[in-house]
Design a binder for this molecule. Structure first.
Ligand SMILES: [Zn+2]
Length: 237
């Protein structure tokens, strides 16, 4: 029994180490995923800005085309002026020129607004690209660290897994099952010390007969309250 309980204690200690490594591993993977999603988040913003800039630039091109059209209309009208014979027609053409000039002024105002808007968006985009670059740098160096750590964890897990079999394999199958089930159902603590008449797993009082028998009986016994496997530390002398 002594030997079995020693194996169980060693097994549990190893399982705690394994769990802690797995936990740290998961945290690193989570950090990696967060870094990735931060990058994606900025990329989505940059893409959105690009789209908006494209849209405004095509509006800008349309306005410029309209402006060129109005300017050539004015030019044509002005060229016609010397050939005009009647006062009435002359005034009509002048009116055309005048209204074209108004349209041009309006288009120019719109263009100025658009140009300013595009400049703002480009500045915003530059800002995001800078953020992205910084993030990329941070990402690359941190990612290298994480990859290194994950590799070390994997090696440790592998080494401990083979160490684990030397603890669990010699135990009877039934006891292996009990241990595994308790680890799952009792928050990863299957083997506990019985001390001063109490189970240190659930802190309940053990029947005195059971507690006393732990010192004498070679059979592995369970706490009647939490079912955890009990051991006692015999005082020296
Ligand atoms: Zn208990």
């Amino acid at each position: 029994m002594h030997e079995q309980i020693e194996l169980l204690k060693a097994l549990q200690e190893l399982d705690h180490e394994l769990n802690s490594i797995r936990q740290q591993r998961r945290e690193l993977e989570k950090e990696q995923a967060e870094l990735n999603s931060e990058k994606e988040r900025i990329q989505i913003m940059v893409d959105g800005l690009d789209e908006e800039i494209d849209k405004l630039q095509s509006q800008q091109a349309e306005l410029q085309q309209g402006l060129a059209q109005e300017e050539s209309n004015i030019q044509r009208s002005e060229e016609r002026l010397p050939e005009i014979k009647t006062q009435k027609e002359y005034l009509a053409v002048l009116k055309e020129i005048d209204s074209a000039k108004k349209v041009i002024k309006d288009l120019q105002t719109q263009l100025e607004g658009l140009t300013a808007q595009i400049a703002d968006l480009n500045a915003e985009k530059d800002e995001k690209l800078k953020q992205m670059e910084e993030l990329q740098e941070r990402f690359e160096s941190r990612n290298a660290e994480i990859a290194e750590a994950l590799k070390a964890f994997d090696q440790a897990l592998e080494a401990k897994a083979s160490q684990r079999s030397t603890h669990i394999d010699p135990l009877p199958k039934q006891l292996q099952k009990r241990y595994t089930l308790l680890m799952e159902r009792r928050d990863g603590v299957a083997v506990v010390e019985a001390r001063d008449g109490n189970c240190t797993g659930c802190h309940m009082h053990l029947p005195p007969q059971l507690f006393n028998s732990l010192f004498l009986n070679p059979k592995i016994q369970s706490c009647p309250h939490c079912n955890r496997l009990l051991y006692v530390i015999e005082s020296e002398g």
